[in-house]
Design a protein around this ligand. Structure first.
Ligand code: TYM
Length: 331
């Protein structure tokens, strides 16, 4: 069976964009692969975090993964910092990476622009993609389902894998990226030319998976739309309504052309009202599952088991990497 890996940062509560771009794919793919899902807390600390809030978000993120429909009997769900192999492998991969290729990452450029106004830019923000590559490569992953914004990091992962294989020993599988067919980039509700992001200062621009469902419905009703009134997908000229159509289609599995037909002749108000209802129902049911996991002892058992499974597999790859590079003693 081939291997799948993906990760989400506990740097806040995931949005409906994260759900559509990532979690929904995870659930659809979990049966076809030996699947590893990671709460990447070491990535979260590349920017400042409140320690208590981070702890809380890690737990909530575990419950959110499961509420999305992952089967804990089949998949491995774990916390990155509890598996030492990630940081060990990241160091070795940093040593095959070049500063220039890390500086070219657009996410680094965006985030460092924001951070530099405060205390300077953390080095971790620059080396972040080596940790991400290590997450993926130490499980011998064949496929990595992610939203569109992670494409560049995946390309770097592939380059690092190939470089290591050529330079030392051919031990890594070069992974394929998988973006969703619809919804790889859900946009902000108040500025549909910008990506929806959980760290946006404007709360109205995103829907958090733990938003009060009625409040979320309100955010949909007040989302920015375009100047005419036709419910039609046209990303260039009608980014607002196209984004809402994408959200609608992803949450209901009804295709965009079929939604266009359904709302032919209807105004934006009717369409947005219906989508608000879809989002409210989705979140209500989703949050019931999140609360179930948050309150059960099962959650810690799943994470303990996940840590042990993940460590067993990842330690073997780290040993191979060390052997290939000549680190330590002969064993
Ligand atoms: P993160 O935590 O920012 O996002 C988690 C997942 O959600 C996707 N995503 C979106 N999809 C659609 N529309 C959006 N507006 C949107 N915003 C985010 C992301 O593409 C991602 O799939 N570096 C990663 C975490 C990571 C990782 C990994 C992923 C660390 N190691 C190894 C895969 C494999 C990140 O910051 O994702």
């Amino acid at each position: 069976m081939k291997t799948l890996f993906s990760g989400v940062q506990p740097s806040g509560i995931p949005t409906i964009g994260n759900y559509i771009g990532a979690y929904k794919q995870f659930t659809e793919l979990q049966d076809q692969y030996d699947s590893y899902f990671c709460i990447v807390d070491q990535h979260a600390v590349t920017v400042p975090q409140d320690r208590l809030k981070l702890r809380e978000n890690i737990r909530k993120l575990a419950a959110i993964y499961l509420a999305s429909g992952l089967n804990p009997e089949k998949i491995t769900l774990f916390i990155q910092s509890e598996v030492a192999a990630h940081a060990k492998a990241a160091w070795m991969l940093q040593c095959v990476g070049y500063v220039g290729e890390f500086e070219r990452m657009t996410q680094y450029k965006d985030k460092s622009r924001k951070q530099s106004t405060k205390d300077g830019i953390s080095l971790g923000l620059l080396t972040y993609p080596a940790l991400m590559a290590s997450d993926i490569l130490i499980y011998g992953s064949d496929i990595v389902p992610v939203g569109d914004d992670q494409g560049q990091h995946l390309e770097l992962t592939r380059n690092l894998a190939e470089r290591f294989n050529n330079k030392y020993n051919d031990i890594f599988t070069v992974p394929e990226v998988k973006h969703p067919e619809v919804g790889g980039r859900i946009m902000s509700l108040n500025d549909p030319t910008k990506k929806m992001s959980k760290s946006d200062d404007n709360q109205k621009s995103f829907i958090s998976l733990l938003d009060e469902p009625r409040l979320a419905a309100k955010k949909i009703r007040s989302a920015v739309t375009d100047s005419d009134s036709e419910v039609k997908y046209d990303k260039e000229n009608k980014p607002g309504i196209s984004n809402l159509l994408t959200i609608y289609s992803s949450l209901t599995d009804e295709s965009i052309p079929s939604l266009e037909k359904k709302y032919d002749g209807e105004n934006y108000g009717t369409f947005k009202g219906d989508l608000a209802g879809v989002v409210e129902t989705f979140l209500t049911e989703f949050q019931e599952k999140v609360n179930y996991y948050l309150e059960s002892d099962e959650l810690d058992e799943i994470l303990d088991r996940g840590r042990d499974n993940a460590s067993r597999k990842a330690d073997k790859m780290v040993a191979k990497m060390e052997r290939a590079m000549g680190l330590g003693r002969k064993r």
